[in-house]
Write a protein that binds this ligand. Structure first.
Ligand code: FRU
Length: 480
């Protein structure tokens, strides 16, 4: 540990102590999601189950509710439900990372935990340098920095970051989010036999070539993995134009499915799909746990999307993670399911209502609250629309094959919406946590994720239809 590193840790710890009380007083503070203790959180990093314990690192700016020279904060868990905030894993203390230890990934090798991350450096003339760096740990708590292992190759701008590393057929691979000198988004492939010497294999997707040749100016946070025998590449493209119900957020996060040949580095794939259809979802990262599940976390926000208008800023914190979600590949598409462990969050027995609505709106006894899970099954809707309003600030609407999420904007109070096609609505699994909502439609085939700010004394939930609807409601109160 260098003296600069020590100083930064001390300053961050003091910042947490100084604002702890204020942060905890925020009525919009979440009850069962991961948040920064103070300051701003963004991408999930280094997500891994290592020696039985889950480790989730995260992009953290402890000193303000804005972006800047990021730290790697660290949470650990035995069960994906109860999390410990560990000591800071990485501080931007060295020349090669002085403006931020940016996003990256973790891999286990010979009993040690390896972290790969981007060292972000800003020069005096506003120029940027980027270094892909390595830090290694024996115990999962203290990390020994080894410095840059990958330098910027020719052909790319310095928007080159977010290494994700995996092992396949006895070799290591790394994907990096990039921008070519022609200002096209790309994912770049590297390979290695020892995790320290890396060979630039070239562009995996994008870069003005192939199926995604015209697809934005920058790809962030790539993640390549095998699911049900197919090779999935998740990434977050920037610069897509809105298209119908798609690409409505400032930036997107999604995936392609295909087949990757580790011998040639070639990747043949199908079209891009967005992973989530709500307002706040970006930079997802996955890992395979020891039980063989592919589990994903994402940042519940989008860069440059009215971030400074969130009311939590008055309480000196900003943003949170999604819940951990298990991924399945069904019919060539990714489905997302809340991990089963989340059932441990349930307090007491379910409140159950078997509901029939005929051109009416109702509130159901004990179906309300600020931190709850709703499972709405066996939905049938005849002649019209079906809706659910939450805290007067969110409305879910199903009508004629389209599912709509409407929320009261935290910028100007106007209602704004996101939509996706849902052929026949049969079930909704909803997690509400004070100021966040995650909606899993039809068993996880579609998801919609958003922050929202209801009046703090409004915990109402209302169901309605202008036709005839039947459905079964299960509600649990949630907490840790
Ligand atoms: C995505 C991102 C990454 C970068 C990190 C910086 O949200 O911009 O590309 O590494 O955040 O915090």
């Amino acid at each position: 540990m260098t003296s600069k590193d020590e100083q930064l840790r001390t300053e961050a710890d003091e910042e947490v102590k100084k604002h702890q009380e204020l942060v905890q007083q925020d009525p919009y503070r979440l009850r069962y999601h991961l948040m920064p203790p103070v300051g701003l959180l963004n991408d999930p990093n280094g997500w891994i189950q290592w020696k039985g314990t889950f480790h989730l690192f995260y992009q953290w700016m402890p000193f303000k509710t804005d972006h800047g020279a990021k730290f790697w904060g660290h949470y650990s868990s035995e069960d994906l439900v109860n999390w410990n905030h560990e000591k800071i894993a990485l501080t931007p203390s060295e020349w090669f990372e002085k403006n931020g230890c940016y996003s990256g990934s973790a891999i286990e090798h010979e009993g040690r935990l390896y972290l790969f991350y981007t060292g972000n450096v800003k020069g005096e003339k506003g120029n940027r340098e980027t270094y892909q760096c390595l830090a290694v740990s024996e115990d999962g708590l203290d990390f020994q920095k080894e410095g840059p292992v990958v330098r910027l190759p020719d052909g790319y701008t310095s928007h080159f970051r977010d290494p994700k590393v995996w092992q396949q057929k006895g070799r290591f691979f790394m994907v990096i989010g990039a921008q070519t000198t022609e200002l096209k988004g790309a994912v770049v492939l590297f390979s290695s036999s020892n995790l320290r010497d890396w060979k630039h294999e070239g562009i995996l997707i994008g870069g003005g070539r192939g199926r995604l040749s015209e697809f934005g100016y920058m790809f962030e946070c790539p993640d390549m993995f095998t699911l049900d025998g197919r090779d999935v590449l998740v990434f977050s493209p920037q610069g897509l134009e809105p298209k119908g119900m798609n690409y409505l957020n400032v930036y997107q996060a999604g995936y392609v499915v295909g087949s990757f040949d580790p011998e040639t580095g070639q990747y043949d794939h199908d079209d891009f799909h967005e992973l989530d259809h709500g307002f706040d979802f970006y930079a997802p990262q996955t890992t395979e746990d020891e039980a063989g599940r592919r589990i994903m976390f994402a940042w519940m926000s989008v860069p440059d999307q009215d971030e400074q208008a969130h009311p939590t800023i008055a309480y000196r914190w900003l943003h949170n993670m999604t819940l951990p979600r298990e991924l399945k590949l069904i019919g060539g598409e990714i489905w997302q399911l809340p991990v089963l462990e989340l059932e441990q969050l349930r307090i007491g027995a379910a409140i159950i209502h078997n509901v029939q609505l005929d051109e009416e709106h109702v509130e159901l006894a004990e179906v309300n609250g600020k931190a709850l899970e709703l499972l709405i099954d066996d939905i049938t809707v005849t002649d019209g629309w079906w809706e659910l309003t939450i805290g007067g600030a969110v409305r879910l609407l199903y009508s004629k094959g389209v599912f709509t999420l409407e929320r009261k904007s935290y910028v100007d109070g106007a209602f704004e919406k996101r939509q996706c096609e849902v052929e026949q609505l049969s079930s909704l699994h909803i997690f509400i946590d004070t100021s966040s909502i995650e909606i899993f439609v039809n068993g996880g085939r579609k998801t919609l994720t958003a922050r929202f700010y209801p009046l703090t004394n409004d915990d109402s939930i209302r169901f309605g239809t202008n036709g005839f609807a039947t459905f079964l409601v299960h509600k649990w109160r949630l907490g840790t």
